[in-house]
Design a protein around this ligand. Structure first.
Ligand code: ATP
Length: 320
């Protein structure tokens, strides 16, 4: 288990991590989501004792990282896959890690096998592809057979086979009862892997929710309608128990009724329709809406992005 209490990190005037309090539990994959620059890497570095918090506290199974004896046996992490001495072979890189953490040599062979690098174990790491480098980083994380594992953007730059492999690995580690904490800036990726979500933006906690609740609240479907008789149709639909949101320029967004029923009601009341289309808001849209105010670097597009109906995601948005 990893417990954060009021964890804060400032760099000069910049507050990179702002009073984060949450718990990462065993037996599930917890996704750590936030746009670029949200503070994910800084938070993970503090969990591993690589950065000192300005305020607050983070505990690994009740203890600070620097109080752990042979820390690789408690917590394994993939932070930066390129942080490997390029002149060393994969085997020697892992052997050095093993020897400095009291881990037997035989375990090096086991983890090389787990990540599929046995055939290239004697090759120098500097010749490795991005995917092979990620696998070597993951082998390092698994080396001490720790109960807690942490991966920072593990699928970045990987091919579909590599992505599939990492997803399954994370799920199987959690199924063994381990604590698995994985960061990403892609909601769609987390939807396939994580059981629980922690979302941050500009260092602040925005959501701490189960994936099932997030999906239940955000994958609702609605119907978009364009009509020159907006008020007339809205009244009819409301009388038939539907929720109607006016979105300007003759567009309505309707919850609680299928498009067939809406079309029939429009015909019966002689309302002209220019559009009648079922819509499904994606989880990515919901995530973007949740973090919209906290994105540091916006690209400017000519057309505003389509928004799901107002109010979505509000119930799990944290105050403050
Ligand atoms: N050593 C540092 N000195 C000054 N500012 C820093 C330092 N490290 C991080 N920051 C700033 O802190 C904020 C959080 O950065 P961090 O790398 O933790 O975010 P992130 O969520 O991991 O982003 P990304 O998804 O882009 O990796 C950013 O604004 C970053 O510029």
């Amino acid at each position: 288990m990893i417990e954060l209490a009021g964890l804060t990190k400032r760099y000069g005037d910049k507050v990179a991590v702002n009073n984060l309090t949450f718990t990462v539990r065993p037996g599930i994959v917890t996704g750590f989501l936030g746009p670029n620059g949200a503070g994910k890497s800084t938070t993970m570095r503090m969990m591993l004792g690589l950065d000192r918090p300005t305020a607050g506290d983070v505990r690994i199974d009740g203890r600070h990282y620097d109080q752990l004896r042979d820390p690789l046996k408690y917590i394994g992490a993939l932070l930066d896959a390129k942080a490997v001495h390029g002149g060393r072979s994969a085997f020697n890189h892992l052997l050095c890690l093993a020897q400095s953490n009291g881990i037997p040599r035989a375990r090096v062979h086991e983890v090389l096998d787990t990540v599929g690098l046995t055939a290239v174990a004697r090759k120098k790491a500097k010749g490795f592809s991005l995917g092979m480098g990620q696998r070597l980083g993951i082998a390092g994380a698994l080396l001490g057979d720790p109960q807690i594992l942490m991966f920072d953007e593990p699928v970045n730059g990987l091919d579909p086979e590599g992505i599939h492999w990492i997803r399954n690995l994370m799920k199987s580690l959690a199924a063994q009862g381990r604590t698995v904490f994985v960061s990403s800036h892609l909601m769609s990726e987390m939807a396939l892997t994580a059981d629980h979500l922690v979302v941050i933006g500009q260092g602040r906690l925005l959501a701490d929710t189960s994936m099932a609740d997030f999906i239940a609240q955000n994958s609702r479907s609605y119907v978009r309608i364009r009509t020159p008789q907006e008020d007339r149709l809205a009244e009819v639909l409301r009388q038939n128990g539907m929720t109607v949101v006016h979105n300007g320029s003759g567009t309505l967004e309707v919850d609680g009724g299928k498009s067939e029923r809406i079309g029939e009601l429009a015909a019966r009341h002689e309302v002209v329709l220019h559009e009648l289309s079922p819509q499904q808001a994606s989880l990515e849209e919901a995530f973007m809406q949740l973090t919209a105010e906290s994105v540091e670097y916006h690209a400017h597009s000519e057309a505003p992005p389509e928004q799901p109906p107002q109010g979505w995601g509000q119930s799990w948005r944290k105050e403050g």
